[in-house]
Ligand binder design. Sequence first.
Ligand code: ADP
Ligand code: MG
Length: 253
Amino acid sequence: MGRIIAIANQKGGVGKTTTSVNLSACLAYLGKKVLLVDIDPQGNASSGVGVNKGDVNQCIYDVLIDDVSVKDTILETKVENLHIVPATISLAGAEIELVSTISREVRLKKALQEVQADYDFIIIDCPPSLGLLTINSLTAADAIIIPVQCEFYALEGLSQLLSTIRLVQKHLNKTLAIDGVLLTMFDARTNLGIQVIEEVKKYFQDKVYKSIIPRNVRLSEAPSHGEPIIIYDPKSRGAEVYLELAKEVIRHG
Ligand code: ADP
Ligand code: MG
């Protein structure tokens, strides 16, 4: 059965989508069968792996709201072994529509059960909120990866995320684990970045991944080409470190 990992943090711009796309692609590059699930209405993970949204007939919205089989939404990508369930802007309405549906928190979990045996990893790119789309992701997941940006307010908001995780563990998903905390956009030229690393390590201890994602311009360029870094620039520092991260995640198995 594939391991389901949600990439979550209610803060925007911390590297959730960059991590979802590039961790998925690196796992696939290492020979794992991977399904990337885009559950953010902005659909950046979808375009990040080259999905042209105009060509999408059915997306994760139809799975969550209209009981469409997840199998009918899966698309192949340029990366061998990497498939995606795309999101389109229609998903923006789902947060509100879900409120009045039966078993609203477990819809994604149920949908993914149908394909879980077909993949080694299922990676979910969460939206920047703690609403029902993120709750669905945490309920479906075996583990969560929390990207934390190396900036001054790095730890701000994390207590809210941690209490949401505890609520999900108590009521919806007893076995949800924190796979790790991922430091992102590290700039070695500033003292601040180093201070943040120390602070986050003090708080999360051995939960912090050894791989620390540097600020790397190639990582920010790759999405506009619809390519994960491992294709766009496999020799870049960004590609190297996301590959290291993928190996760490596999070891956590
Ligand atoms: P989130 O999904 O948490 O909102 P993103 O992954 O979309 O965050 O990242 C926010 C912005 O920062 C994007 O423009 C992305 O290209 C850029 N970015 C993310 N990680 C890096 C990095 N390691 N180096 C440089 N730019 C990055
Ligand atoms: Mg995002």
